[in-house]
Design a protein around this ligand. Structure first.
Ligand code: TYM
Length: 338
């Protein structure tokens, strides 16, 4: 097994990232068998696809490193690094640009969402972003890629690119790339905004009240849950009763994953009750789960030297792991390189 995944170091780590992906990263790292390996990275190269402040990006890269370690990613067991220190990601992206098709990228919903009506004004990087994401996983022969639901389409594209490259340039018994499988959690694959049950919880939402950040203190978390949008009805006692109630469904879903219960179990406890009783229970559960992570994060994030050292060590290992695949890709394309 080769587990590979990444996160953009823009803004804070939020509850969606944690429940949708990072919790799974840590669990997969912890259950790896001898001979398997996990690589996790800060996707800082992806972060320049949209307007950004260079000094903020540098700080956010170190802070996100601290956040991942606080969430249980152990730099002694997993390879933890930032893309910018591993030039093979960019090199392989260029090689894969020859295989990826304009039509495939044009269909990416994230591109459509982020570009909106102003496609002409977007950076080329925002358009080719999914090719870099394909390079990120194909470089390491990833077999398993733990992500939230919103990254599924990008992973399917990575598989398409790998398949076409193998078909076009490799003999059947010696493909260059492994086709990666996305690993999406059964519950919490898509955590929604606290202000709008139809939008995903996101770092780019202008309202900080829409998300729970790992850096929020207990009072802030409780306040955000208290103010979270809901409807006037009591909670239903059956799951079907949540169908047209996206905000209620989101909060119950969060409660369920945090408490390790199914949605049906949560509703059997809270069905018939209003949000007045449910919200404080949810806030308490959140603080109990994220509080200890937050404390570790706060303790780690100021030690920039230690964080830099973690990333340098991880990058050296990543460069080593990526080298054979990159050489094979150059060779398959007929590019001479000694
Ligand atoms: P990013 O930085 O937006 O998010 C990191 C991870 O968090 C998940 N996630 C969510 N899960 C559930 N509910 C939400 N509201 C929510 N918001 C975010 C994402 O699915 C993701 O798993 N393009 C990627 C980063 C990336 C990457 C890669 C991922 C770059 N290269 C290679 C996997 C493999 C991104 O922007 O994720």
């Amino acid at each position: 097994m080769r587990v590979v995944s990444g996160i953009q170091p823009t803004g804070n780590l939020h509850l969606g990232n944690y429940l949708g992906a990072i919790r799974n990263w840590a669990a997969m790292q912890d259950s790896l068998e001898e001979g398997s390996e996990a690589l996790f990275f800060l996707a800082d190269l992806h972060a320049i696809s949209q307007p950004h402040d260079p000094s903020a990006l540098r700080s956010a890269t170190l802070e996100m490193t601290a956040a991942l370690v606080a969430c249980g990613i152990d730099p002694d067991r997993s390879v933890l690094f930032n893309q910018a220190q591993v030039p093979q990601h960019s090199e392989l992206q260029w090689l894969l640009n020859g295989t990826a098709r304009m039509g495939w990228l044009n269909r990416m919903t994230q591109w459509k969402d982020k570009a909106g009506k102003n496609r002409e004004g977007q950076s080329v990087a925002l358009f080719t972003y999914p090719v870099l994401q394909a390079a990120d996983v194909l470089l390491y022969q990833a077999t398993h890629v733990p992500v939230g639901e919103d990254q599924k389409q990008h992973l399917e594209l990575a598989r398409d690119i790998a398949q076409k490259f193998n078909n076009d340039f490799c003999s059947e018994d010696a493909p260059v790339f492994t086709l990666p499988d996305p690993i999406i959690p059964a519950q919490a694959a898509r955590i929604m905004s606290l202000r709008d049950g139809s939008a995903k919880m996101s770092k780019s939402d202008p309202s900080d009240m829409s998300r729970i950040n790992l850096s929020d203190d207990a009072d802030t978390m409780a306040q955000k849950i208290k103010k979270a949008k809901t409807d006037p009805e009591p909670l239903p006692s059956e799951e079907a009763g949540l169908a047209d109630r996206p905000e209620a469904r989101n909060l119950v879903g969060i409660y369920a994953v945090l408490s390790g219960q199914s949605v049906a179990e949560v509703l059997s406890q809270y069905g018939g009750q209003g949000f007045g009783g449910f919200k404080p229970a949810l806030a308490e559960l959140l603080v109990a789960t994220l509080g200890p992570i937050r404390d570790r994060f706060v303790a780690l994030k100021e030690d920039r030297e230690a964080l830099d050292a973690i990333l340098a060590r991880g990058a050296a290992k990543a460069r080593e792991r990526g080298a054979p695949t990159l050489t094979a890709a150059y060779g398959a394309l007929g590019l001479v390189r000694h």
